[in-house]
Design a protein around this ligand. Structure first.
Ligand code: SF4
Length: 273
């Protein structure tokens, strides 16, 4: 499948750099059909995916398929074991497992695929708009994220012709830290139980970590975002690809080209996993 003029124009408008025409290969993704959305994309295929095995998050209670020797119990976590997705969402809305519950207006559970997801998109903690709405990525940031996902053949919402969502988008911690500060280690550890249960239920093939806080937590590293990008990390057994936060891309559109490279890496990784 090749890029048509409309796809090229749309992606160029977004600031995404396209792969060279001679180095593309088809990606088997659900068909995006509406006129304003891109079709499944082609990505540069020949370069092999290089996996960087990172130290996983120490407190993760990962499902058996992604369990790691480093897994350890969490002292402050609620027990979300056995909950289905709607029940888990309800539990999170009333969760008091860490101090972030005190100042939140709404917990942000996230949304997207209702069954198995191709991608789990894990973002930095909710911002003020997310906290007010109780939803992840509202407004311009959400529109940019949705277009990025659609460009990669993924969607977090039902399409106009009934296309099922293939991605689930959720914040690293579900409640906004006061004044937008970074979550404390105990808060991260407490909320990881929710993320782990989401992974158990959604069985994603890949985790896309958007933003520095999500990237550092899921790679177990403290390097700058620029050094975490461009590699395939592991969180338990799951491949993790790192990219910019959409809110940052709105402020720094020159980095959209790099974000596009990251999405292409995620696609290649999904194909090869
Ligand atoms: S951040 Fe997570 S663990 Fe803490 S109260 Fe909110 S949902 Fe519960």
């Amino acid at each position: 499948m090749s890029w048509d003029d409309r796809q090229r124009a749309m992606l160029a408008e977004m600031g995404f750099r396209l792969p060279a025409a001679a180095a593309v290969a088809a990606v088997e993704m659900p068909q995006a059909s509406e006129a304003t959305e891109p079709d499944p994309i082609d990505v540069a295929a020949p370069s092999p995916v290089v996996v960087r095995v990172a130290r996983p998050a120490a407190a993760a209670q990962l499902p058996a398929s992604v369990a790691t020797p480093a897994a350890a119990p969490m002292a402050t976590a609620s027990d979300f074991t056995g909950m289905d997705l709607p029940t888990l969402r309800e539990a999170v809305s009333a969760c008091q497992a860490c101090g972030l519950c005190e100042k939140r207006r709404h917990a942000v559970f996230g949304g997207g695929a209702l069954g198995q997801a191709q991608w789990l998109v894990v973002t930095d903690p909710p911002d003020d708009a997310d906290d007010a709405a109780g939803e992840a990525f509202v407004g311009d940031v959400g529109r940019l994220l949705d277009r990025m996902l659609l460009g990669a053949g993924q969607r977090r919402m039902m399409g106009p012709r009934g296309e099922a969502p293939t991605a689930f988008v959720t914040p690293l911690v579900k409640c906004r830290p006061p004044r937008g500060r970074a979550p404390l280690p105990a808060e991260l550890a407490a909320c990881e139980a929710v993320l782990v249960r989401q992974i158990e239920l959604l069985q994603p093939r890949l985790v896309l970590a958007l933003g520095l806080q999500a990237a550092r937590r899921l790679t177990g590293q403290t390097e700058p975002l620029g050094r975490l990008r461009g590699h395939v990390h592991r969180w338990g057994g799951l491949p993790v690809v790192v990219s910019f936060a959409p809110a940052y891309l709105l402020r720094s559109p020159a980095d959209k080209a790099g974000a596009w490279d990251d999405l292409c890496l995620a696609l290649r990784t999904t194909q090869s996993s």
